[in-house]
Design a protein around this ligand. Sequence first.
Ligand code: UD1
Length: 423
Amino acid sequence: MDTIHIRGNRRLNGVIPISGAKNAALPLMIAALLTDETLKLTNVPRLTDVRTLAKLLGVLGTDVQRGETAHGDTLALTTPEIVSTLAPYEIVSQIRATFWVLGPLLARCRTAKVSLPGGCAIGARPVDLYLKGLQKMGAEIDLVEGYVLAKAPNGLKGAVIRSPIVSVGATHTLLMAATLADGETVLENAAREPEITDLARCLVAMGAKIEGIGTSTLRIEGVERLHGATHNVVADRIEAGTYAIAAAMTGGEVTLDGVDAETFDAALSVLRAAGAGVDASQGQVRIFRNGERLQATDVVTQVFPGFPTDLQAQFMALMTTAEGESEITETIFENRFMHVQELARFGANISLHGDKALVHGVDKLTAAPVMASDLRASAALVIAALAAEGETTINRVYHLDRGFDRMEEKLSACGAEIWRAKA
Ligand code: UD1
């Protein structure tokens, strides 16, 4: 397995181009199952998760043509017909989002057999909300040998579905299913993350009828068929937030290019409160810190527009050297503190109390060999390593490759000493 090496204690200075969002690209690719015409996506990030999903779509009948541009890849996805409605364990266990094919398969073919998902080990992550929603739309669901067997012999019907908790994946899945259902579906307490908005806009470009985009109530009037479209993937607010935190951690000045501040405003507010400089303009965000030590700041993870759980680990890395004690509360996933013991290897002082982590700022971090445990936790280790004295080795970097497009290249261009050793 590859390892990443970082010689730390250097400021970052420069411009970082922000890639298309992984969490938007994946559902957008899945939307290609809803039509027999071509869905063309631009600004697709180069990630192993994208390649894994493309493999699954290929099995289901999608022809995927990939092109490269300076601003990410383009994908032309065409599904003349669904040749298989089986999403196998071998692929679905690798990325949780592949489970979302359940909605389009059921809508287009009235039947689907999809393995229960895998993905980052950050909690129990059940799928009850997806299944209850589809049942309300008339699907019959059985669980057999680790697979969800879903059938809607008479097609999916519009329904009012109120989710007891906000789920990104259930919203994506039910939204896609509802576009081809008979009648109106109302998704109440829907997720309104920017990636949901991006999917909804793409579906509208494909001919779907959706109202309430960007709000927590989505009204979808089912149509007979969807057609092809071209769609540019929204910028990755989690990648942008990660580099914003890296800039605040190391000092210096970094401009994040191609991302709108509104999509990660909660993170930028917390960075300002901690003492980092933040300037936002159209499509760019500048982060700077020169000399002054950051102040400990509390955060609570929340659904959008709150502070994202996907930046919790990175923010914890930042707080390890802030002045004072920071309380970090994780409300979305019950087991998302696996990075704590790895951060301790750099000399961080963190104690865990249920859903809270108390971070007592230390004067400095020192390099250590560490192990990436999940996608966003790996980014936290990179951030700690960039500030630590000495050379850090990060093992299990395949987690980073799942979700960060050319991270070493982007950080090196800003003066980081970071390199990859091939296995
Ligand atoms: C998505 C994101 C992930 C992010 C998360 C929360 C993608 C590919 N992944 O994951 O990066 O961390 O949103 O912003 O976009 N839940 C249930 N039952 C369900 C579904 C969810 O109890 O049927 C719970 C989950 O266990 C979790 C909470 O709801 O505690 C939120 O999960 P959800 O929003 O569904 O996350 P994902 O879609 O898996």
